[in-house]
Design a binder for this molecule. Structure first.
Ligand code: IMP
Length: 428
C-alpha cells in the first residue's frame, strides 16, 4: 500500500497527528499537503507530548518528512519546530517544497483585520495568516519558497506585495501601521538561507519514492468540513483539506493513491464559528470538553463539543472516498449515559442526509438522534489497549458497530488514549 492519505472527517482536531505517527511506523515518508501553522498535531510517546504545526507527525518515527507545495510556511514556526526537535535529540530528515508559499507577518496582521471586517461571517481564524497567504497565492501575488533563494526575484515581488499591503492597511483598514519593506526582505532572505538545505522539488521526490515501492503517508491538516470548496463555507479554512488536496498539494497523480483513511472523533468538536447541529451547551458538553482536553492546540480556545454527528462523516466518506475509518478518543465518552448519535437532519419537516450548501438551511437543521447505552466511567484503558478489541466494554463495541452500520465503511483502528500505544488495530 504505497500511497496512503490520512484525512479528517469532521471539523479538524480528530487526532490525525496521533494516527499519522502510529501508522508512520510502517511507512517510509510522511508528507503534509495543506494548511500551515493553523494545524496543531499532537503526538504522545512514553508520557512526553510533542506538538507539530508544520513538520509532519512522522518525524518522531525517524521517517523522511516533507512539506508539500499545498502548505503555507510560516518561517518562525518552522525554525522553532526544528530547534525544538533538535533539542530533544531528533535530527529531522526534512524536505520543503520549493513551490510552497510563505506566510509573512503582514499576512497575520491582515488575518485579524479581515476578521474584524467580516462581523458575523468571520470564521474565528487562528490568526496565523492562513487565509491572506492563500488569497495572495491565488491572486498570483504570493512569494514561494524558491523565491527566497533569489534576491532579485524576492525584492521585486516584495516591492509590489508590501506596497499593496500598505495601501490596504492604511486606506482600507485605516490602521496607523507602517510596513518596513527592507526589514521584511532581509528577514525573508535570512529564512531562505537558513532552510536552503531542505528546499527541493517535493513532487519529484515523492513520485520517485512511490515508484520505487516506498510507502508514503499524505498527512491532511484540518478536516473535511473546513475545506475551502466542500466545507461549511465561509466558516472554514482556505485550503483543500480533503483527500483530493493530497494530489494538488504534493504533485502526485490520483492514480498513485492506494488507500484513504478517514479519522473521526467519537464525538464532535469545533474551534471557531458557524453552525454545529449537535453542539452541547450543557454539563454533558462541559464534561466531554474536560475529559477530552478540548482546548485549541494553537490558540488555547475552548472547543465547542457535541454528540457524534454521522452526517459529516457520511459526507466525508463520499467526498474523500474513504476506505477505512479510525475512531479516536472513544475513552473520553466513558461514564456518559445514555449516548446519542445524530443519524440525519430534519429541516422544515423534511429529512436531510447530507450537508446543504446553503448556510441558512444548515443553521436550521435539527439533529435526528439515536440513543445508545453508555459504558462505565472507570475503565482501565491502558489494559484494554494491551488486550485489544475483545477487551472493550460491550457498549463501546455496540457504539462502534452502530457507526459502521450507518456509514457502511469498516473501522480499522480505535484510539483509546493519547499515547501511541493506546491504539487498537482491528483485524480486517
Ligand atoms: P484559519 O485556518 O486560521 O484561517 O481558520 C479558519 C477556520 O478553521 C477557523 O474556524 C479555525 O478555527 C478553523 N481551523 C483552522 N485550523 C484548524 C485546525 O487545525 N483544527 C481545527 N480547526 C481549525
Amino acid at each position: 500500500m504505497p500511497g496512503i492519505v490520512i484525512v479528517g472527517t469532521q471539523w479538524g482536531d480528530e487526532a490525525k497527528g496521533k494516527i499519522t505517527d502510529f501508522l508512520a511506523g510502517d511507512a517510509d515518508c510522511v508528507v503534509r499537503y495543506n494548511g500551515g501553522a493553523n494545524a496543531g498535531h499532537t503526538v504522545v510517546v512514553d508520557g512526553k507530548t510533542y506538538k507539530f504545526r508544520l513538520i509532519p507527525s512522522g518525524v518522531l518515527q525517524g521517517k523522511k518528512v516533507y512539506i508539500g507545495n499545498g502548505v503555507v510556511v510560516d518561517p518562525e514556526v518552522l525554525l522553532e519546530e526544528l530547534e525544538d526537535l533538535r533539542r530533544e535529540g531528533f535530527n529531522p530528515d526534512l524536505h520543503v517544497s520549493d513551490r510552497a508559499h510563505v506566510v509573512f507577518d503582514f499576512h497575520k496582521l491582515e488575518d485579524g483585520l479581515q476578521e474584524r471586517l467580516k462581523g458575523n461571517l468571520r470564521a474565528g481564524t487562528t490568526r496565523r495568516g492562513i487565509g491572506p497567504t492563500y488569497s495572495d497565492k491565488t491572486a498570483r501575488f504570493g512569494i514561494r519558497i524558491s523565491d527566497l533563494l533569489d534576491e532579485e526575484v524576492l525584492k521585486s515581488k516584495l516591492k509590489i506585495l508590501v506596497d499593496l499591503k500598505q495601501r490596504m492597511i492604511s486606506h482600507v483598514y485605516e490602521e496607523d501601521i507602517r510596513l518596513n519593506e527592507e526589514e521584511i526582505f532581509r528577514k525573508a532572505l535570512n529564512f531562505g538561507r537558513s532552510i536552503s538545505s531542505y528546499i527541493c522539488d517535493v513532487s519529484a521526490e515523492i513520485n520517485e519514492a512511490l515508484d520505487s515501492g516506498e510507502t508514503v503517508i499524505f498527512e491532511g491538516a484540518q478536516g473535511t468540513l473546513l475545506d475551502i470548496d466542500h466545507g461549511i463555507y465561509p466558516y472554514g479554512t482556505s485550503s483543500n483539506t480533503i483527500a483530493g488536496g493530497a494530489c494538488t498539494g504534493v504533485g502526485v497523480s490520483p492514480k498513485k493513491i492506494d488507500k484513504i483513511i478517514g479519522v473521526m472523533k467519537a464525538y464532535i468538536s469545533r474551534v471557531g464559528t458557524g453552525p454545529v447541529p449537535t453542539e452541547l451547551k450543557d454539563e454533558i458538553g462541559d464534561r466531554i470538553r474536560e475529559a477530552g482536553g478540548e482546548y485549541g492546540t494553537v490558540t488555547g480556545r475552548p472547543r465547542r463539543v457535541g454528540w457524534l454527528d454521522l452526517v459529516p462523516v457520511k459526507y466525508s466518506i463520499r467526498i474523500n472516498g474513504i476506505d477505512e475509518l479510525v475512531v479516536t478518543k472513544l475513552d473520553v465518552l466513558s461514564g456518559v449515559n445514555p449516548l446519542k448519535i445524530c443519524v440525519g437532519y430534519e429541516y422544515e419537516g423534511r429529512r436531510l442526509d447530507t450537508i446543504p450548501a446553503n448556510i441558512r438551511v444548515f443553521e436550521r437543521c435539527k439533529p435526528i438522534y439515536e440513543e445508545l447505552e453508555g459504558w462505565d466511567a472507570n475503565i482501565n484503558w491502558k489494559r484494554v489497549s494491551e488486550k485489544g478489541y475483545g477487551a472493550l466494554p460491550r457498549q463501546a463495541k455496540e457504539y462502534l458497530e452502530r457507526i459502521e452500520e450507518h456509514v457502511k465503511v469498516p473501522i480499522r483502528i480505535v484510539s483509546v488514549g493519547p499515547e501511541r500505544r493506546e491504539t487498537i488495530v482491528l483485524s480486517g
